[in-house]
Design a protein around this ligand. Structure first.
Ligand SMILES: [Zn+2]
Ligand SMILES: [Zn+2]
Length: 833
C-alpha cells in the first residue's frame, strides 16, 4: 500500500489544473452562471491565515457550485495601490512598484499552493496602467455626470511632513510619523456626490435583507443615517445674520436654551470679533484644531466649549439665548450649528450642568415629573409638549408635524430630511495611486484630459521624499503640460485618487479582464454580474461595500451595467485567533501557512480551516486540530487503498439492485444520508464544519464495515458494487474541501481526471430511510418507554428487548410477570402483579 503523500499529489494536480486551464471561465448562455468572489488582497508581503480562511471558504463554494452544474467564474487580483507600499518603499529604500510586484509574485505562489480554483487569465493588479486607465476614464464620466466636483474641506495637515493625514494617522493630535502637532486646514479637493444616492442606497439595503448579514446592513443604515426633522432659522441679536440648525425634535424648540456652533463655523470668529470673548474664542478654536474628530465626538470624550459673546433669538419663545462654540459640534455634520435642549438631550444636559446654563422641561413624561433644577438624566423619549403655548398637549409625530407646519407658515423653518452620510473625498496627496486626469489652466480653469489621451501615466522614475511627500507635486516633467482646450501652458492635478475607487468596480473588470477599448463589455457584464456570493471580512462592512454599491448605481445610471446591486449574497467570515487573540506579528502568535502546507499539505490546511468553526464565527487555531485533520485524510487514503484494486472495475448498484444483507443495506443508507447532510450543510446553511463531520462519521463507518467484510469468504459482486458506490461518493463529496486527494483517488479508481466536471452526487430519498420502527413499551397499560427496533424483529426478540430495557426493569423488578401482550410493530404491554 502506498502511503499518503500530500506534497507529491498536490504539486501534481496543481500543475495539471494550471496546464489544462481547468478553471477558465467562459461565457455560455446555455449554462446558469455563478460568480464567486473573495475580496481581493492587498499585496502586503506574504499571505496570512486570514487570507487562507477567506479563500478556502470561497473555493469550497466555487468547486461545489461547479459540480452542481453551474458555469462558475472565480477570479483573483490585487488591490495594489496605497500607502503601505509608499511607506515600505521609503523604509527599505526601494520603489513602491518594485515592492508591490515582488509581493504579488510571492503571494501568488503561496496562493497557488493552496490549490484554489481561480481563473488566472482574469488576474488584475490595480496599479497596472491597463487597470487604472479605467479608473481615470470612469472619473471623467463621473465628472460629466456632475458626480465628481471640487470643494473645500477640513483636512488634517502635518507641517513637517507637508502632507495630509487620514483620521487614523492622527494619534493623540499628533502625526503618526513625526509626532508633530497636526493642524486642521482648509484645502480644495475632489469629491464624489454619494449623498445624492443616499436614498437609493438605503432602499437597496432593504432588498439585501436576508442575503447579507443583518449586522452589515444595520451598519450601512446607520452610516447613511437618514433622519427626519426640521431646519430652523435662529436670528442673531443685533445683526442681520441668522443661524440655520437641523433638529430631529422640533417639538422641543421651546426648550432650546442656548446654541452651539462648530469651532470651524465662520460665525464663530465673526460674531466674537470685538466682544470681550474674542481672545478666549481664538485660544479655544486653536486648541480644538489639534483634537481629532473621533475624540471630539465620542461619547466618552471631554466636552468643552466657550461663550462667543453673542446671542440668538429663539424663534418660538422670542427669548435671547447665548451662543457658544464647543468641540463636539462638527462643521461637516448638518449645518455646523445646533440648538441645545438640555432637558431632553443628554449631551446638552451634561454641557449645561458643566457650564451652569439654564434647563427647561418642555416635554412631559407620562408617569413622572421632571425637576429641571436637579435632573441629571435627560428625558429624550416622546411625551406631551408643555410650556409650549398653543402646542401644549401634543405628542410625538403629531407634535413635530404641527410645529413644522407652523415654522413653514411663519417662514422661520421647514420640515426636512438630514443624512449623516457625507460626500466622498477622493483626492489624496499621495504618490502611489491613480493620477487624477484633469488639467488646471489659468484661462479655462479645470479641463478634463481627453479620453484618447488616457492613461495619464504615473511616472515611475521618481525619488520619494524622505518625509513621505508625493514627488508628483514637485515633478515638473509630470505636471507641466498644455491645456487640452486652449493649448496654453497648464498644470496637471498632482493628487491621486483614493484607492477605494479601485476596489469599487474591480469585480466588473474581471468580467472582461483583458478588454482594451472599454472598462468592461456590456455582454460580459450582463452575463456574469452580479456577484452571486461575495466573501470577505466584516471590517469592510461600511466603506468598501458602500462605495462599491454607490459606484454600481452610477454605472447603472450611465448605462454601463444592468445590475443595481453588485453583490447578491455576502458572507463575512470570522477572524483566525490563537491563544485568545487575533493572529498578528506584534502578538507573536502567527502561524505561517507555508509551514503548515509543507508539513501536512494544503488539503489538511483546508480541512482544518473549514472544520474548526462555521465560516462566520471566529476560528481558534489548534495544532492538535490540524494533526487530527491530517489523520483523517490518512484514514481516507488507507481505506481507499485497501479497496481500490477490488473495486476498480466494479460499478455502483443500479436501479434494480436489491440485497437482503443488512450490512450492505446499512452502508448504502449511510452513504445516502451523508450525501444529504453534506449537500444541505453547504447549500442551505453554509456550515462546512458539520458537513466535514458527517464525512468523518461516514469514514468511521466504512472501517466498521470493513471488519464485517473481512469475515466474508469472498467479495461478491453485490459487495463490490456497494463499496464502489460508497467510495465514489466519498471522493465526490470530499472534492470541494480537499480537492487534491479527491482528484488523485478519482483517477486511481478510473472514473475521472477532471473531477470538477463531475456531477455532485444525488441522494436517493428511499435509501436514506432506516428500517427501524418505534415500539411503545407499557407496564400495566401505562406508557413507560419507547424504543427503536429493526422492522423484521421477531416477537420473541421483541419480548426480550422489552424486558431488558433498563427503564422497564425499574418498573418490573421484584414483581411477578403475569403476561406479555405484543401488538406487532406497535406495542408491548407487560402485566405485573
Ligand atoms: Zn509629520
Ligand atoms: Zn486653457
Amino acid at each position: 500500500m502506498r502511503p499518503y503523500e500530500p506534497n507529491r499529489i498536490e504539486e501534481k494536480w496543481q500543475a495539471y489544473w494550471e496546464k489544462n486551464k481547468t478553471f477558465k471561465a467562459e461565457r455560455d448562455s446555455s449554462k446558469k452562471k455563478f460568480y464567486l468572489l473573495e475580496m481581493f488582497p492587498y499585496p502586503s508581503g506574504r499571505i496570512h491565515m486570514g487570507h487562507v480562511r477567506n479563500y478556502t471558504i470561497g473555493d469550497t463554494l466555487a468547486r461545489f457550485k461547479r459540480m452542481k452544474g453551474f458555469n462558475v467564474i472565480h477570479p483573483l487580483g490585487w488591490d495594489a495601490f496605497g500607502m503601505p507600499a509608499e511607506n515600505a518603499a521609503i523604509k527599505n529604500n526601494t520603489h513602491p512598484a518594485k515592492w508591490t510586484f515582488e509581493n504579488i509574485r510571492i503571494m501568488r505562489e503561496q496562493i497557488k499552493a493552496l490549490g484554489l480554483s481561480y481563473d488566472w487569465d482574469r488576474e488584475i493588479a490595480t496599479c497596472h496602467p491597463g487597470y487604472y486607465k479605467w479608473n481615470q476614464w470612469l472619473f471623467l464620466k463621473f465628472l460629466e455626470k456632475g458626480i465628481a466636483y471640487r470643494k473645500n474641506s477640513t483636512i488634517n495637515w502635518c507641517e513637517i511632513c507637508q502632507t495630509v493625514l487620514a483620521n487614523e494617522q492622527v494619534v493623540d493630535g499628533c502625526c503618526w510619523r513625526c509626532d508633530n502637532e497636526v493642524i486642521q486646514k482648509q484645502q480644495e479637493g475632489w469629491f464624489f456626490k454619494i449623498t445624492d444616492y443616499a436614498d437609493r442606497l438605503l432602499e437597496g439595503c432593504k432588498n439585501l435583507s436576508g442575503k447579507w448579514p443583518e449586522q452589515v446592513l444595520t451598519m450601512q443604515n446607520n452610516w447613511i443615517g437618514k433622519s427626519f426633522g426640521a431646519e430652523v432659522d435662529f436670528k442673531i441679536k443685533d445683526s442681520d445674520h441668522a443661524i440655520k440648525v437641523f433638529t430631529t425634535r422640533p417639538d422641543t424648540l421651546y426648550g432650546a436654551m442656548f446654541m452651539v456652533l462648530a469651532p470651524e463655523h465662520p460665525f464663530t470668529f465673526e460674531l466674537s470679533r470685538g466682544t470681550e470673548q474674542e481672545s478666549e474664542v481664538d485660544t479655544f478654536v486653536k486648541k480644538v484644531n489639534r483634537q481629532d474628530t473621533i475624540a471630539r465626538t465620542s461619547d466618552t470624550g471631554n466636552k468643552e466649549g466657550v461663550f462667543i459673546g453673542a446671542y440668538a433669538i429663539n424663534p418660538l419663545t422670542g427669548e435671547s439665548i447665548p451662543v457658544w462654540t464647543a468641540n463636539f459640534v462638527l462643521m461637516d455634520y448638518g449645518t455646523g450649528a445646533i440648538m441645545s435642549v438640555p432637558a431632553h438631550d443628554q449631551r446638552d444636559l451634561d454641557f449645561a450642568r458643566k457650564y451652569n446654563l439654564p434647563v427647561r422641561v418642555v416635554i412631559q413624561p407620562k408617569n413622572e415629573t421632571l425637576d429641571e433644577k436637579t435632573m441629571t438624566q435627560a428625558f429624550s423619549s416622546d411625551g406631551a409638549m408643555i410650556y409650549s403655548e398653543k402646542f401644549d398637549g401634543l405628542i410625538g409625530q403629531e407634535a413635530r408635524k404641527k410645529v413644522c407646519e407652523y415654522l413653514s407658515k411663519e417662514r422661520i423653518g421647514k420640515a426636512t430630511v438630514n443624512f449623516r452620510l457625507r460626500d466622498w473625498g477622493v483626492s489624496r496627496q499621495r504618490y502611489w495611486g491613480t493620477p487624477i486626469p484633469v488639467v488646471h489652466c489659468d484661462v479655462c480653469g479645470i479641463v478634463p484630459v481627453k479620453y484618447n489621451q488616457l492613461p495619464v501615466e504615473l511616472p515611475l522614475e521618481v525619488q520619494l521624499g524622505e518625509k513621505g511627500q508625493s514627488p508628483l507635486h514637485t515633478l515638473e516633467s509630470f505636471y507641466k503640460t498644455k491645456c487640452p482646450t486652449c493649448k496654453a501652458p497648464a498644470k496637471r492635478d498632482t493628487d491621486t485618487l483614493d484607492t477605494f475607487i479601485c476596489s469599487s468596480w474591480y469585480f466588473d473588470r474581471y468580467t472582461s479582464a483583458r478588454l482594451e477599448d472599454n472598462p468592461f463589455s456590456l455582454e460580459d457584464n450582463d452575463y456574469w454580474m452580479p456577484v452571486d456570493q461575495y466573501v470577505g471580512g466584516i471590517e469592510h462592512a461600511i466603506l468598501h461595500l458602500l462605495y462599491a454599491r454607490f459606484f454600481n448605481l452610477v454605472l447603472n445610471d450611465i448605462g454601463l451595467t444592468q445590475t443595481k446591486e453588485p453583490f447578491d449574497h455576502l458572507l463575512t467570515q470570522g477572524m483566525v485567533i490563537k491563544d485568545g487573540a487575533k493572529m498578528s506579528k506584534s502578538k507573536g502568535n502567527v502561524v505561517d501557512p507555508d509551514e503548515i502546507i509543507k508539513k501536512y499539505g494544503a488539503d489538511t490546511a483546508r480541512i482544518f480551516i473549514l472544520f474548526a468553526a462555521p465560516p462566520v464565527k471566529d476560528l481558534e487555531w489548534s495544532d492538535q486540530g490540524v494533526e487530527g485533520c491530517f489523520r483523517f485524510l490518512k484514514r481516507v487514503w488507507r481505506i481507499f487503498s485497501e479497496y481500490v484494486d477490488v473495486i476498480k472495475t466494479a460499478s455502483p448498484p443500479d436501479g434494480n439492485f436489491s440485497t437482503s444483507i443488512n450490512e450492505l443495506k446499512e452502508l448504502r443508507r449511510i452513504t445516502h444520508v451523508t450525501i444529504r447532510r453534506v449537500t444541505e450543510d453547504i447549500e442551505k446553511r453554509m456550515q462546512f464544519n458539520t458537513a466535514i463531520a458527517a464525512i468523518m462519521e461516514w469514514v468511521n463507518h466504512l472501517y466498521h464495515f470493513k471488519e464485517w467484510e473481512k469475515k466474508q469468504s469472498e467479495t461478491k459482486d453485490d459487495i463490490k458494487a456497494v463499496i464502489r458506490e460508497a467510495m465514489e461518493t466519498l471522493i465526490l463529496t470530499l472534492a470541494p474541501f480537499a480537492p487534491h486527494i479527491a482528484q488523485e483517488m478519482a483517477v486511481e479508481m478510473n472514473f475521472s481526471d477532471a473531477l470538477d466536471e463531475n456531477k455532485w452526487p444525488l441522494y436517493k430519498e428511499n435509501l436514506t430511510q432506516t428500517d427501524e420502527i418505534l415500539i411503545v413499551l407499557q407496564v400495566n397499560g401505562k406508557v413507560r418507554q419507547k424504543i427503536q427496533v429493526a422492522s423484521g424483529v421477531s416477537d420473541e426478540d421483541l419480548k426480550l428487548l422489552s424486558l431488558n430495557e433498563p427503564r422497564i426493569q425499574e418498573w418490573i423488578q421484584d414483581k411477578e410477570i403475569k403476561k406479555v401482550i405484543i401488538v406487532p410493530k406497535k406495542l408491548v404491554n407487560i402485566v405485573v402483579k
